[in-house]
Design a protein around this ligand. Structure first.
Ligand SMILES: Nc1ncnc2c1ncn2[C@@H]1O[C@H](COP(=O)(O)OP(=O)(O)OP(=O)(O)O)[C@@H](O)[C@H]1O
Length: 292
């Protein structure tokens, strides 16, 4: 088992925000979706990995190498898609691509042209005149054109129409046929994760809530629903993000089997979506205390 990305005890403090003791890792050959609400710290972690900002403490290893000391060697093997535009606005796609390709030893022009065609990239158009989706597609074509072993993407599907989004997910999936490749990407679109992610890492307020396989999540977690009279201190101990209204209660539990054993048919147990897990988990902090 080899970790292609390993983040250990990483902290970073801004004036009003802190990434606290971040730990997670990604094995070679897998896709990890990185989720969390706005402002949770996703882009900051991606920037830390890419050495675009400095960490205060901890270690980050990519391909087993230090992300600062071995930055050049690492970046040769990373395809990076970032949500802010880092291209020169006045250049055309063609001109920009010709600049970027010089940075990569393993640039593959044939692959770039294939994606340019697939994505309908207007090669002669200036970057400043491209739509958001078109810029994203250009970024992706670049990231996919130098035989990167690890793709790191900050919200790659945002701004893409459903057709192109599906096309991108299919491309990512087909890349994974090569067992040497891995993908780490942040997203707000949890349905993308249902389709392609092997691992899901949730961050909230600068802290990792969990980093697990998608199968672990869907096997361990469940949605529990019931009438208010079924709520007890005993049950509430097992619940996350409890919501109570006139009709009854609804919450997430991390312990499906225990809930089944303890409460049997007296409550309704349902399979959660990734979105349910995200929404209920981040509601944990302001858990509603019922008045049963
Ligand atoms: N350079 C900076 N100086 C001070 N604070 C910053 C800086 N960059 C980011 N932050 C703060 O760090 C927090 C996390 O921001 P970040 O962009 O990492 O979140 P995110 O999870 O990517 O959010 P979103 O989903 O909205 O893109 C925010 O409160 C943001 O204001």
């Amino acid at each position: 088992m080899s970790n292609i990305l390993e983040i250990r005890n990483v902290s970073k403090k801004y004036k009003d925000f802190e990434l606290k003791n971040i730990n997670f890792s990604l094995e070679r050959g897998y896709i990890m979706g990185f989720i969390g609400p706005n402002g949770a710290g996703k882009t900051s972690i991606i920037k830390l990995i890419m050495n675009l900002i400095k960490k205060d403490s901890g270690t980050i290893q990519v391909f087993g190498l230090d992300h600062v000391k071995d930055e050049i060697a690492i970046k040769e093997k990373i395809g990076f898609v970032y949500d802010e535009n880092y291209f020169y606005e006045e250049l055309t796609i063609q001109e920009m691509k010709n600049i970027i390709k010089r940075f990569y030893l393993h640039w593959d022009e044939e692959v770039f042209q294939k994606f340019a065609k697939e994505f309908d990239l207007p090669l002669k158009k200036k970057i400043k005149n491209l739509s958001k989706g078109m810029k994203m597609k250009f970024s992706l074509a670049v990231a996919l054109s130098h035989h990167a072993e690890l793709l790191i993407m900050d919200e790659p599907t945002s701004g893409l129409d459903p057709l192109v989004r599906r096309e991108l997910l299919e491309i990512l999936q087909s890349l994974m046929l090569d067992e040497n490749k891995s993908i780490f990407f942040s997203t707000h679109i949890t349905s993308d994760l249902d389709k392609i992610a092997d691992f899901i890492t949730l961050i909230n307020n600068g802290e990792i809530v969990f980093s697990k396989t998608k199968d672990e999540l869907t096997e361990e977690y469940c949605i529990v629903k019931g009438t208010k009279d079924k709520l007890s201190a005993h049950l509430e101990e097992q619940l996350i993000g409890l919501k109570v209204n006139e009709l009854g209660f609804e919450a997430l539990s991390m312990n499906k089997n225990k809930i089944k054993k303890m409460f049997g048919d007296s409550v309704l147990i349902e399979k959660p979506t990734i979105e349910d897990i995200l929404v209920f988990s981040i509601r944990r902090g302001d858990q509603f205390v019922s008045s049963y």
